[in-house]
Ligand binder design. Sequence first.
Ligand SMILES: [Zn+2]
Length: 338
Amino acid sequence: MIVRGVAIALDFGGTKLAAGLVDLETGAVYKQVQERTPAEGGRQASLKLALQMVREGLLENADDARSAPVPGASSPRLPVVGVGVSFGGHVDSARGIVQRSMHVSGWEQFPLADYLREALSLPAFIENDANAIALGLKHFGPGKEYHQFMYVTVSTGIGGALVVGDDVLRGGRNLAGEIGHMVIQPDGPLCSCGKRGCLEAVASGPAIARIAQRAWEEDLKARGAGRGKKVKFQRAEEVFQAARAGDMLAQRVIDEAAKHLGRGISYAVNVFDPDCVMIGGGVSRSGAEWFDTVVAEVRANVLPPVAEELQVIRIQEDIGAALKGAAALIRARALARR
Ligand SMILES: [Zn+2]
């Protein structure tokens, strides 16, 4: 189905703000501007910068925001259909309200959709980043092939989204798909949410580094060489590097993290029965063995017909993934109205 025009797409991330003009038919990102999230000034500073990026960077200070200059498109100006936002935090998508940011102060209960609607005189919709990226995969990426799929992102945290048809499943409190806070190890390490042993606390990038560092310290102590604490593993990437170089402790930590992740995914798969699971995020790019272990563990723990037919694929979100996702939000709304 064709949805013509472009969306103004905004990505409020923890470290960066991005804005782009995205074609609603193809997902092509025609123009993209990016800035660091202001370190001070909280929400007000981020909003001010975001609007400046849209007005100056995307719309070239045009008086009318309802059409935008689009280099390389079929016509020099295209109608702007709406504003879509991917937000790094908890979002009440139906009401257009940010509940809280994971990174920036002052966002609690802020009506971001209304604010943008007034500032730009365009319809505006907001969504959390994992849901937005999953929508982008659905409308402009490999998700086109599947009626229902699960997206799991493994990086500093573990997030997820469930796509059914053209839209994501949001649940009663916009927390559907939060696979990262599934308790995998009830007596395990403390999670950012306050519980113990969440998937995020045992299988995310920081968790892999922390668990490897502790295992290494214990190993030193056991061998009577524990004097003068040193830090060997600060980032997951260092653990993956050591594993590739043959470090058995690093290999064991990664293997365990991958199995935890695979098991967590398998529980969600048994409930949701998706056609495909797409795994992305920084950690997923670190090692083929890690991915193979995750997939084997998923297949070992799901019902037999699912184990045979389920697709599990690794995806690489590019820098425009959240912008495409923000635009897909507009597209999903437009399709839902028809
Ligand atoms: Zn948690």
